[in-house]
Design a protein around this ligand. Structure first.
Ligand code: G6P
Length: 608
């Protein structure tokens, strides 16, 4: 979703802004633009297309100004075209603004400003802020921003420049992520650390309602109440190499192949064999609450929601606590009942998903305890929850989540183990779980080595426009996730189903042209899934199965199969997801799709 970069320093701003925008491309966007303070004027370039086109445009213009702001837009209000691309200007082109988020009262504000003679040029909600600032301007943009933004309802992360104050750039945040980077004789604004990591790893996180003024040397921040705030500078441990492709054709493929390491990082220092448990330091403050929790609610969106579904199986099996899983978008708006002994977990890779953040706020509003499971350190959810666990998967750039998903599931397994050991899970069983968890990275490594086998299966599936994914028990959510991956990046219509439910509808779809991907590794309900496969076979469906190594029975029934190592059932979702990620990836490549930036999708969805 929309990206922001801002720079003020002693170098030409254009290459820094373009580089920043390129690093934000993964978030998903449909137009791009920038504004530079150039010899007392504001110069603008915008395009409906890609950042590369913007770069070609600015190269022709040869701007050399040393301060500017830039944006990639994912359209909400107004179609994606040049006119609606950011930056937006006030009537006199004195002020330029880029904005992420939604101004909910923009219709009323626009009318108010038009009545006063302001002329609007775009269909966006954002443009009202430029005119509002113009209207309120009192000689100090730092002060005016606070005055204008007090009239705005909705969410924003924004960067502003003004030709009346050419040695400064400004930022403000409410509900949309925005950070400030402190450099040497230069300072930066960004919606995401990836945009500026090349230049600095010293980051200031703006809080909601804060407004910032940046010069080359200084950063001043004021709170919503107009009080100067001393902000803490935090060091980011991510390196530039972590956000580069490292020889892989796509970020997604790189991230799939990183899973042996990312899972190792998720586990690092957290398992205790002696006590047969996991130690999650982030949750220590809430241990007493966790001990007496009567119910756990897991809420999330997209792929993270699938990890929550697996979490339900894990926590109920290992800890015996009832679990409810809910889409964050539904949870926040349906008056959920949150009892005193409930614990709500919000799960989010980015830590910025608007609906998940909304669920967090709803829980807090009701006096509930909300714990987070996030990847991005310092993200809004990570900062606003009561406590939480980082999954430590490292930066995930591919829009379709892969390594974050397996690390989320791994963290949920550790939470289930920890909760179980606080209750009735026997020590010996706890130790078995610890032992099994330690083996995961190597097992994942084994599966990844057979990447070529999946490629061959993908070649056979790439010509089909539909697919059904089936699984049972722990592997039902895996089927959902496999189908989602295929939909997201290859635009093939895919449905995930509990295998036994197939008879209640989807079986009508099965014919010689319908590929059915069945996750059929050996577990307690293996025989049942075999019957489901027989039902598909009887209707000439194309069967692709994920089977336990050495299983001959399902192999014989399948048109294609992929063998995974034998694992306990509670580990199987992590292992079985890997071939499905690779399958989606290779089908998408074969179909010529834009794997890392699938159409219409955004990496972190910061609007409802
Ligand atoms: C978007 C992404 C998905 C992701 C979902 C939830 O839709 O494209 O890959 O699963 O948001 O994101 P989160 O950052 O909250 O896990």
């Amino acid at each position: 979703m929309c990206g922001i970069v801002g720079y003020i320093g002693n170098k030409s701003a254009v290459p820094i802004l373009i580089d920043g925008l390129k690093r934000l491309e993964y978030r998903g966007y449909d137009s791009a633009g920038l504004a530079i303070l150039e010899n007392g004027s504001i110069m603008i370039e915008k395009t409906k297309g890609k950042v590369q086109e913007l770069q070609e445009l600015v190269e022709e213009s040869s701007f050399s100004g040393t301060a500017g702001i830039a944006h990639t837009r994912w359209a909400t209000h107004g179609e994606p075209n040049r006119k609606n691309a950011h930056p937006h200007l006030d009537c006199n082109s004195d002020i330029a603004i880029v904005h992420n988020g939604i101004i909910e009262n923009y219709v009323a504000l626009k009318k108010y400003l038009e009545d006063k003679g302001h002329v609007f040029k775009s269909d966006t909600d954002t443009e009202v802020i430029a005119h509002l600032i113009e209207d309120d301007y009192n000689g100090s943009l730092f002060e005016t921003l606070a005055i204008s933004l007090a009239k705005v309802e909705g969410t924003y992360g924004l960067a502003v420049i003004s030709k009346k104050e050419p040695d400064k750039i400004f930022a403000a945040r409410k509900g949309s992520p925005l950070i400030i980077g402190k450099g040497k004789k230069a300072n930066y604004i960004a919606s995401d650390v990836a945009a500026i990591l090349r230049y600095t790893n010293e980051i200031i996180y703006l809080e909601d309602g804060e407004v910032a003024e940046l010069t080359c040397e200084d950063i001043s921040v004021k709170s919503e109440d107009n009080i100067h705030v001393r902000k803490k500078i935090q060091q980011i441990s991510w390196s530039l190499a972590m956000i580069e492709k490292d020889g892989f054709e796509h970020f997604m493929l790189k991230e799939i192949h990183e899973q042996k390491t990312s899972l190792l990082n998720t586990l690092r220092g957290r398992l205790n064999y002696e006590e047969g448990t996991a130690r999650l330091d982030g949750l220590i403050k809430y241990i007493e609450y966790l001990k007496k929790a009567q119910r756990i609610i897991l809420t999330a969106c997209g792929t993270s929601w699938h990890s929550a579904l697996i979490g339900e199986y894990l926590i109920e099996e290992l800890a015996g606590i009832p679990v409810e899983v809910e889409y964050a978008s539904e949870f926040r708006y349906r008056s959920p009942i949150i009892n005193q002994d409930d614990i709500v977990f919000v799960i989010s890779q980015s830590g910025e998903t608007a609906d998940t953040l909304g669920a967090l706020h709803e829980t807090k509003r009701k006096g509930g305890i909300v714990l987070g499971i996030c990847n991005v350190v310092g993200s809004t959810i990570a900062r606003e929850n009561n406590a939480g666990v980082y999954i430590h998967a490292g930066p995930e750039i591919g829009v379709a989540s892969t390594k974050a998903f397996t690390s989320q599931v791994l963290v949920l397994t550790m939470i289930a183990l920890m909760l179980g050991r606080m209750r009735n899970l026997p020590l010996e069983r706890g130790r078995e779980v610890v032992k099994a968890l330690r083996e995961i990275p190597d097992l994942v490594g084994e599966v990844l080595k057979k990447d070529e086998e999946i490629k061959k299966i993908a070649d056979l599936l790439a010509g089909h426009n539909n697919a059904l994914y089936l699984g049972r028990g722990y592997n039902f959510p895996v089927a959902l996730e496999g189908a989602l991956k295929l939909k997201e990046i290859s635009y093939v219509h895919a449905e995930g189903y509990p295998a036994a439910e197939m008879k209640h509808g989807p079986i009508a779809l099965i014919d010689t042209k319908m590929p059915v991907i069945v996750i059929a590794t050996k577990d307690a309900i293996y025989e049942k899934i075999m019957s489901n496969i027989a039902e598909i076979k009887a209707r000439q469906g194309i069967i692709v199965s994920i089977i336990t190594r050495g299983d001959t029975k399902i192999k014989e029934l399948s048109d294609n199969y992929f063998e995974v190592p034998s694992t306990p059932n509670f580990i199987s979702p992590i292992i079985n997801t890997i071939p499905l990620q690779l399958l989606a990836y290779y089908v998408a490549v074969k179909r010529g799709c834009h794997v890392d930036q699938p159409r219409n999708l955004a990496k972190s969805v910061t609007v409802e």
